[in-house]
Write a protein that binds this ligand. Structure first.
Ligand SMILES: [Zn+2]
Length: 297
C-alpha cells in the first residue's frame, strides 16, 4: 500500500535564481504523512523554500480535512476552525470593500467557496479557482457555479478583476513566477492583489521552530516573511501598499503546533501562546500570518 516517495531537488532559488543554498531546518509533515522534509535557505537572498519536494505532491492533499477542515463531522478542532472561518469571511469582506469601489473578485484557491458565496450574496461578480476536485464541487454549489480548475486562469481576458485574492494559497503554488505574471495580467489597473501568507518571522514561528504548524511541509513550498515577499513582488514589478495582521491565525497555528508536540492540553496552551504571539507581534507588525495588499498601478 505504502508508496515510496520520490523526491525532486529544487536546483535554484525561486526568487533570485541563485544555485547556492544551505540547509535551514529539518522538520516533518506533522499534518498528514509524518515523512521528514527540509527547508533550504538561499545564500544570496535568504529566501526559505522546502527542498527537496515530492515528485508527486498529489497524495499530500488526499485528506479531506485539508480542504474542508471537516465542515460537517464535528470535533473541537473543526468547530473552532469553522467559527474562525465565519469571523474571517466577514473581516475579509470589510477589508476588501475598503480598498476597492469595484465589485468583481477572483478567489484563487477558493477551497469550498464560502467566501465567494458571501460576496455573491452581497452583489459581487465572483469567480473561483480551485485545483482540488472535491473542494471544487462543493464550491460550485456554494457559489452557483463559476468555479474552475487552475488551467482556466490562462483562458481569462486581461484586466478582468477589481480584486484577486489568494488566502494562504501562494505558498502552495508550484510555478510561483508564472502564477505571479498571470495574476498581474488579470488584475485591472488600480485593482488590488491580496495575499494572505504565514509569516516565518512571527513570534509563534520562533517559539515552535520545526513544530510550527504553518511550515506545513511539503504542501508549503515557500516560507515567506515581509522582506522576501517584497523581493518577489519587485521581481514582477509589483509593489506592496499595506501589511495587515491576521490575529486569529496565531491561535489556530499554536493549537496545531501544540498538538504536533504531543501536548494533550493544547487548547489552553494555544490560547496563551496565541495571545503572547499577538502581543509580541504588535511591536513590529510581525504577526503569525499577514495580509499583503498589492496595488496594480
Ligand atoms: Zn534567492
Amino acid at each position: 500500500m505504502k508508496q515510496k516517495t520520490i523526491l525532486k531537488k529544487i536546483g535554484e532559488c525561486p526568487i533570485c535564481s541563485s544555485k547556492k543554498s544551505s540547509l535551514y531546518m529539518d522538520t516533518q509533515d506533522y499534518f498528514y504523512s509524518q515523512e521528514p522534509f527540509s527547508i533550504t535557505q538561499c545564500n544570496e537572498c535568504e529566501f526559505l523554500y522546502t527542498n527537496p519536494v515530492p515528485q508527486n505532491m498529489f497524495k499530500y492533499y488526499q485528506t479531506e480535512k485539508y480542504y474542508s477542515h471537516n465542515t460537517a463531522s464535528g470535533g473541537v478542532v473543526s468547530e473552532i476552525y469553522s467559527l474562525l472561518r465565519r469571523l474571517n469571511i466577514k473581516k475579509k469582506y470589510n477589508l476588501l470593500n475598503k480598498i476597492t469601489s469595484g465589485k468583481s473578485i477572483l478567489d484563487v484557491g477558493c477551497g469550498t467557496g464560502e467566501l465567494l458565496g458571501y460576496f455573491k450574496n452581497k452583489g459581487w461578480a465572483t469567480m473561483g479557482i480551485e485545483p482540488n476536485d472535491k473542494a471544487r464541487a462543493i464550491a460550485y454549489n456554494n457559489n452557483d457555479g463559476n468555479i474552475y480548475g487552475e488551467d482556466h486562469l490562462a483562458e481569462l481576458k486581461p484586466k478582468s478583476f477589481d480584486i484577486i485574492t489568494l488566502w494562504h494559497v501562494l505558498e502552495h503554488v508550484e510555478h510561483l513566477n508564472t502564477r505571479m505574471e498571470e495574476l498581474k495580467r488579470l488584475i485591472k489597473k488600480g485593482g488590488s492583489l491580496v495575499f494572505a501568507l504565514p509569516n516565518i518571522n512571527s513570534p509563534d514561528s520562533k517559539k515552535y521552530g520545526a513544530f510550527w504548524a504553518a511550515l506545513d511541509v511539503p504542501r508549503h513550498l515557500y516560507h515567506f516573511n515581509e522582506k522576501s515577499f517584497k523581493k518577489l513582488l519587485a521581481k514582477h514589478g509589483l509593489k506592496l501598499v499595506s501589511s495587515l495582521p491576521m490575529k486569529l491565525d496565531s491561535y489556530y497555528v499554536s493549537m496545531l503546533s501544540e498538538k504536533y508536540m504531543g501536548n494533550s492540553l493544547y487548547m489552553p496552551a494555544a490560547f496563551i501562546n496565541g495571545t503572547i504571539s499577538n502581543i509580541k507581534a504588535k511591536k513590529n507588525n510581525n504577526y503569525s500570518s499577514m495580509i499583503f495588499v498589492v496595488r496594480n498601478i
